[in-house]
Design a protein around this ligand. Structure first.
Ligand SMILES: [Zn+2]
Length: 205
């Protein structure tokens, strides 16, 4: 690419695609370096709130940012993790005309996380609930990215598998905050599309 001017609008398919490539590349380097320096484990966390109407999108996202800061201020979380990469994703329920903002988080954890520092899914859920000051129980998903090598498997093979799983997690976390073809449907100016662009463009700015 010799020269180009990009709009950097988050809903722009071209800019979102370029951004995700760049982030994926950076994240891959960071993951490799973290592995080299700390030999850490990786977990993949998804933090959600209930679906909301368009007008509530922007304030909900800023609540989630505050909730995030509270969550990662808790000693329990701080002692178990080494850092994070957090990505906001917003999906739309076209039938109900509601939005679903959620965080995808890639967390490097200390070796002892899977021992004494282990945080169960129920505990992640209650900590996120507390941090967000919610009066309902939110859906929280937590999974391990990197499996421990099986004793019977050959080391080289498990290394490859681990690298592939990490790669998958890196790509997942680096993708666009919104999938343009998912939120904006067709090229027609419909009420649904107008609403989507109106709320998402403002909320993502
Ligand atoms: Zn653009």
């Amino acid at each position: 690419l010799y020269q180009a001017h990009f709009c950097k609008v988050r809903l722009c398919p071209m800019c979102a695609w370029r951004r995700s490539l760049k982030i994926a590349y950076h994240n891959k380097l960071i993951v490799e370096e973290a592995n080299r320096q700390y030999g850490c484990g990786w977990i993949f966390l998804t933090l959600t709130v209930r679906n909301i109407e368009g007008e509530a999108l922007k304030p909900t996202i800023s609540d989630m940012m505050k909730g995030w800061n509270r969550l990662f201020g808790y000693k329990r979380i701080k002692t178990a993790t080494l850092g994070y990469f957090r990505a906001l994703e917003i999906t739309k329920n076209h039938e109900a005309d509601t939005y679903h903002p959620h965080f995808h988080v890639l967390l490097p954890v200390k070796r002892n996380y899977f021992g004494k520092n282990y945080i169960k899914q129920a505990e992640w859920t209650s900590l996120w609930k507390r941090a967000m000051k919610l009066d309902y129980t939110p859906i929280v998903d937590i999974r391990r990215v990197k499996g421990k090598a099986k004793v019977d498997a050959e080391q080289i093979e498990s290394d490859v598998r681990e690298a592939m799983m990490e790669q998958k997690a890196v790509l997942e976390i680096s993708k666009y905050p919104v999938k343009d073809t998912d939120v904006v449907r067709g090229s027609k100016v419909t009420d649904d599309n107008l609403n989507t662009v109106f709320y998402l463009d403002d909320a993502l700015s």
